[in-house]
Design a protein around this ligand. Structure first.
Ligand SMILES: Cc1cc2nc3c(=O)[nH]c(=O)nc-3n(C[C@H](O)[C@H](O)[C@H](O)COP(=O)(O)OP(=O)(O)OC[C@H]3O[C@@H](n4cnc5c(N)ncnc54)[C@H](O)[C@@H]3O)c2cc1C
Length: 493
């Protein structure tokens, strides 16, 4: 078997598999190594948003993913924060975005992984090996040498770049000597995935109850997730008993379950790696950050990582870009990650009041915030409060560079299909180009970019981002962030 690859990805779970799919589209040769025998069979992470769905759209696999992704209708409550007695304190409504998808979705991670893994079969330059435990690696000159063990045998591979998508206990991170900063929550949580066929309740319910913080949310197919916090002194083994689980669900919710699919105890953490790379080796997903689940940002953040890293690595490997661009991965991703970690920790404080006094104060505050439009907009866990805006990195600073580019439907098709998986030029305000614009367009055409003119009747679709009294010349990166934004001269014709 071939042992020399452009990229080796350690960890073939959702993040590693998404990265492999993205880079395979750039014709990069890839080896994915995972120590487990096969993919997991149960749900794990449960939420993603429109930014993440857009990444999977790029891969052309959305039709296959839809049975495993679910969202409530526009205008309905996506998440409802409730008091211990069940009074609604605030609700986050499902809403449409300018990016082609609704705000939030729940997913069945294990089913999404199957689709991602199957999709890799169509790329002859991609090899996926399970039951391969990466035991060590070393960077020598311009290569990384990687050892893996399978059934007692040692295998040696070589690559130009390696990415550790090997989860929270990452061997890659530990070998690089990169520390993680943060903390572990004291109280463990009971996580249950159950079969619930009635599916009457479409919202995620979060009970901010100091006696027993808990939540539940619907997943695709007939699954429902329940999470209960254990209190000091409570024994984990007691809570893994089916009778106890049924009692908890009955006591705290009005939901009737048919079957328990998975039960486990987990301890949440909030940690961030001090660095996201060293030499030719990068970290992505849980290996770089462990986020408590209170803001639904754990998986989303990993998907943002690989969407950011994939095109940068591909361009360097293809000699399209100088390797200095790779520094911008950490520059762009880490500050946003820090923000998501902080946000999730704050939401956790609201969700897990320590005592009755704190609970009443917090619940009152939550109620107030949700009823004052200015405060609600500022603190709501959605849209611009979550989405990254890159202030420095792989952008040409100025105007709206670094912002996420909208994806309206134009001529019956979502915009990304016209942009392609590459840099793309999007021009507003007519097709007559001046000399400088023509030079730019020629430059990007030579790089294989698509040039898209937005006709006047479609410009209004961009009104939330752009001042439509001006004419715009925008270069969009493959991860759909704006690389360069120029204001065109007034049309003198
Ligand atoms: C059992 C479980 C339950 C979870 N439940 C939730 C939840 O309820 N909500 C939530 O938001 N998130 C949950 N998560 C976390 C969520 O699944 C992750 O955020 C998500 O999977 C993204 O992780 P990743 O691909 O970066 O890492 P992981 O999913 O951890 O994948 C890492 C992969 O690397 C492989 N690997 C590790 N070391 C090596 C090595 N030395 N050699 C080769 N392969 C290696 C592992 O086998 C694994 O497949 C859960 C995770 C687990 C494991």
């Amino acid at each position: 078997m071939k042992n020399n690859f452009d990229v080796i990805i350690v960890g073939g779970d959702i993040i590693g598999l998404t990265l492999a799919n993205l880079m395979a589209m750039d014709n990069i040769s890839i080896l994915v190594l995972d120590k487990k025998y096969n993919l997991y069979h149960s749900p794990r992470a449960v939420s993603v948003d429109y930014e993440n769905i857009r990444v999977w759209q790029t891969l052309g696999i959305l039709n296959k993913l839809y049975p495993f992704i679910q969202s409530c209708e526009k205008g309905k409550d996506l998440v409802t924060y409730k008091s211990a007695s069940g009074k609604t304190l605030t609700a986050l409504q499902q809403h449409d975005t300018n990016y082609g998808y609704l705000q939030g979705y729940s997913l069945l991670q294990h089913e999404v992984e199957k689709v991602l893994k199957r999709n890799l079969r169509k790329y002859p330059k991609v090899t996926v090996l399970f039951n391969h435990n990466v035991s060590s690696f070393k960077e020598i000159n311009d290569n990384v040498f990687v050892k893996s063990n399978s059934n007692g045998e040692t295998f040696n591979y070589k690559c130009k770049y390696m990415v550790g998508c090997d989860g929270e206990d990452s061997l890659v991170r530990r070998t690089l000597g990169i520390d993680m900063k943060g903390f572990t929550y004291k109280n463990p949580w009971l996580l249950i995935d159950a079969i619930e066929k009635s599916k009457k309740l479409k919202t995620c319910e979060v009970f901010c109850d100091y006696k027993r913080p808990n939540l539940n949310l619907p997943l695709a197919k007939h699954f429902r997730r329940f999470e209960f916090m254990l209190k000091k002194g409570e024994k984990e083994e007691d809570f893994l008993k089916d009778e106890k689980i049924e009692h908890l669900i009955c006591k705290h919710t009005n939901i009737k379950i048919e079957e328990i699919e998975r039960k486990m105890i987990d301890v949440f953490e909030a940690r961030l790696a001090k660095k996201y790379s060293k030499g030719r080796v990068f970290l992505a997903g849980d290996s770089a950050h462990i986020i408590p689940p209170f803001g639904g940002q754990a998986l989303s953040s990993g998907l943002r990582d690989v969407s950011n890293l994939s095109w940068k690595l591909s361009s360097v490997i293809r000699n399209k870009w100088d390797k200095s661009i790779l520094k911008t991965y950490e520059q762009e991703r880490r500050p946003h990650q820090k923000k998501m970690n902080r946000l999730s920790v704050i939401l956790g404080l609201i969700f897990m009041p320590k005592n009755a006094l704190q609970m009443y104060l917090q619940n009152g505050l939550l109620y107030l915030v949700s009823n004052v439009p200015y405060l609600k907009k500022k603190f709501e866990v959605r849209g611009e409060n979550l989405q990254p805006v890159y202030k420095k990195g792989a952008i040409r600073k100025g105007n709206l560079a670094g912002h996420f580019f909208p994806q309206p439907v134009i001529n019956g098709e979502k915009l990304d299909y016209a942009l392609g998986y590459n840099f793309a030029v999007v021009i507003f305000g007519g097709e007559g180009l001046n000399e400088r614009e023509l030079d730019e367009v020629e430059f990007y055409k030579r790089k294989g970019s698509n040039i898209v003119f937005i006709s006047p009747e479609h410009e209004k679709e961009f009104k939330d981002l752009l001042d439509l009294s001006l004419r715009h010349f925008i270069v969009v990166r493959p991860d759909r962030f704006i690389y360069k934004h120029l204001i065109r001269e007034k049309d003198l014709t």
